[in-house]
Design a protein around this ligand. Structure first.
Ligand SMILES: [Zn+2]
Length: 349
């Protein structure tokens, strides 16, 4: 695609990659996460029904998915606009907003937010996890799915003329379902046609990221232009992480700001703290992966906005970067993680 080649595609059009600046590679500005509602314990039902009070802050941080109101990020566009202005002031330049079909993607709102705030916003094409696939989606062939994804990048998505600049987050569970496999193959075919960036949400099993990459590889994807999200809740063993890293994708630590005792979707997981995330980044730097790491917050619930006592979109810039510098990550490596790696990934071939 010569017209896209060498450019990054934002919701306001093509931009020169050097314009992006510091980039969070996995965020949501408007979406619903109702697909993943997790009922509260009976003793917590009253709190869950009316959670937005100071006295419930701790409960909400520990149980963000057990409160239906908290899952409706799309109701907070005014607060998100303020946050993006703060993000710019903190030195942020761009955000990959990888909400896909199944999470209530809202491209007109993304375009308006980009206009209002000056933050470069890159939107996502394709489909989230199986339980959000419509009956229509489940019936589609790989070729039909490919055509939809390609059109979302070249012409616009959801009946708008707003074009996506990345494929994903493409959602997969564990085990990977037949419908998810078709979507993965379609994403690979579309990426091969377009030379565009691709981002994956893997299932919650240490074997899931590699299994996804193998499906993508067989279907002709460019693994070097693919981001594997959510490694902070997926691969914990250092040897396993290095083995996965050798497959060549970008390695994304994107749950900065999320600290909880019990991760409801997989109680076997001990969600790391931000300090532990920084330790893992320092480890990957030492092992030579400074050109492969990207980071973000993956904000997808209301409680993570500053309006609700959360850390907001500037947490990494304000608090995590100083901690990284304090733990042996160099300023040059920080710049690679925040600027150079996202820029290289997002630029069309
Ligand atoms: Zn996400």
């Amino acid at each position: 695609m010569s017209s896209l080649s060498g450019k990054v595609q934002t919701v306001l059009g093509l931009v020169d990659p050097d314009q992006l600046g510091r980039t969070m590679t996995h965020e949501h500005l408007t979406m619903t996460f109702e697909c993943c509602y997790f009922p509260p314990a009976p003793r917590d039902e009253a709190v869950a029904a009316d959670p937005f009070h100071m006295r419930h802050l701790h409960w909400l941080r520990q149980n963000p998915y057990s409160c239906r109101q908290n899952l409706l990020l799309q109701q907070e566009t005014a607060a998100v606009r303020d946050e993006l202005l703060a993000y710019r002031k903190a030195g942020g330049g761009a955000i990959v907003e990888n909400t896909t079909a199944g999470l209530d993607r809202d491209l007109p709102t993304l375009r308006q937010l980009a206009k209002d705030t000056g933050v470069h916003i890159v939107a996502g094409a394709g489909y989230y996890v199986d339980c959000t696939h419509s009956e229509d989606t489940k019936r589609m062939s790989v070729e039909q799915l490919t055509d939809v994804i390609v059109a979302e990048v070249l012409h616009g998505a959801d009946g708008t003329d707003v074009r996506c600049g990345v494929i994903g987050e493409i959602g997969t569970g564990w085990p990977i379902t037949a419908s998810e496999t078709r979507v993965l193959r379609a994403a690979a075919h579309a990426q091969a046609q377009l030379g565009c960036p691709l981002i994956i949400h893997p299932g919650r099993d240490p074997a899931a990221p590699a299994a996804v990459l193998r499906i993508l590889q067989e279907a002709g994807a460019d693994i070097g232009k693919t981001v594997m999200s959510h490694l902070d809740r997926t691969i914990f063993d250092e040897a396993a992480l290095l083995e996965f890293a050798q497959m060549g994708s970008y390695l994304e630590y994107d749950l900065f700001g999320t600290e909880m005792l019990n991760y409801p979707y997989d109680l076997k997981v001990d969600m790391p703290s931000d300090s532990q995330r920084v330790q893992t980044l320092a480890f990957l730097m030492k092992e030579g992966y400074e050109d492969r790491v990207v980071i973000a917050h993956d904000i997808h619930t209301k409680n993570r906005l500053t309006k609700f006592g959360g850390h907001g979109y500037s947490h990494i810039l304000n608090s995590i970067v100083p901690k990284m510098l304090n733990r042996g990550v160099s300023q040059q490596q920080v710049d690679k993680i925040l600027v150079d790696n996202p820029k290289r990934w997002l630029t069309f071939k």
